[in-house]
Design a protein. Structure first.
Length: 201
C-alpha cells in the first residue's frame, strides 16, 4: 500500500508541473506479450515462453516537439510454461515511459523507456486442472520497459506499432514453503494502437 501511495503521489506531481498547453492524446492499445520468468535457483527446470495478451488505454502528454510522457494503464497477462503447465498471472499494469521521436515528418520513429508498476489481479496454474496460486505471488510487481516504435498519421489521429522489452526488477515469489526462490517476470511485447488529440499545441 505504501508503494502505491508513493506512485500515485509521483503521478500527481508530474501533472502539476506539466505545461498547461501541452498537446494531449488519448487512445487504446493492445497486443502480445511473449512472457517468461527468470528463476534463481532454477534447479535445471526448463521455463518456456507463454503467449499472453495485453489491452488498455494510452495517455500521451507532449512535453516538447519530440519528447512525450506516456501513461499506459492496461490489463496485462504474464507468466511462463513449465512441465507442460501454463502459469498465468494477470496484472493491472501501469507503464510510465518517456518517448523521444526522431525527425519532423508526420511519420515518426521513436524510442522509449521508463518504469512499470504491476498490481496482481490473479495467478493460476493450468494443466489438466486449474489451481489458484494467488497467495504465493506478491501483490505488486515493478520493472523497467525499453522499446521502439513508429507513429503513422491517420487524419488528425495517429496509429502506432511498437516492440518492447519488459524486465521485472522485483521478486514476485511469496510462497511460504520456498521463501528463498527468486522469481522475476520478463516479456517481449508487440503492441499496436491508435491515439486521438484532445489538447492544444
Amino acid at each position: 500500500m505504501k508503494k502505491m501511495s508513493v506512485f500515485f503521489a509521483l503521478l500527481s506531481t508530474l501533472f502539476i508541473v506539466m505545461p498547461v498547453k501541452a498537446q494531449v492524446h488519448l487512445g487504446v492499445s493492445g497486443g502480445l506479450n511473449l512472457a517468461n520468468v527468470n528463476v534463481d535457483p532454477d534447479d535445471g527446470i526448463d521455463f518456456s515462453r507463454l503467449t499472453a495478451f495485453g489491452l488498455g488505454g494510452v495517455l500521451d502528454y507532449g512535453l516538447s516537439e519530440n519528447v512525450t510522457l506516456r501513461f499506459e494503464p492496461m490489463y496485462l497477462q504474464k507468466g511462463t510454461t513449465r512441465f507442460g503447465a501454463d502459469v498465468k498471472l494477470a496484472y493491472l499494469e501501469v507503464p510510465v515511459m518517456f518517448k523521444y521521436a526522431f525527425g519532423t515528418s508526420n511519420t515518426k520513429p521513436y524510442i522509449m523507456a521508463g518504469p512499470t508498476f504491476g498490481f496482481n489481479l490473479s495467478a493460476k496454474i493450468k494443466a489438466d486442472e486449474e489451481q489458484d496460486i494467488k497467495d504465493e505471488i506478491k501483490s505488486v510487481d515493478f520493472g523497467l520497459v525499453l522499446g521502439a516504435g513508429v507513429s503513422l498519421p491517420m487524419g488528425n489521429n495517429s496509429l502506432f506499432l511498437e516492440a518492447r522489452y519488459a524486465l521485472g526488477l522485483a521478486n514476485i515469489n511469496d510462497a511460504p514453503d520456498d521463501p528463498d526462490l527468486d522469481i522475476k517476470t520478463i516479456g517481449i511485447q508487440i503492441f499496436a494502437g491508435i491515439t486521438f488529440p484532445i489538447g492544444t499545441k
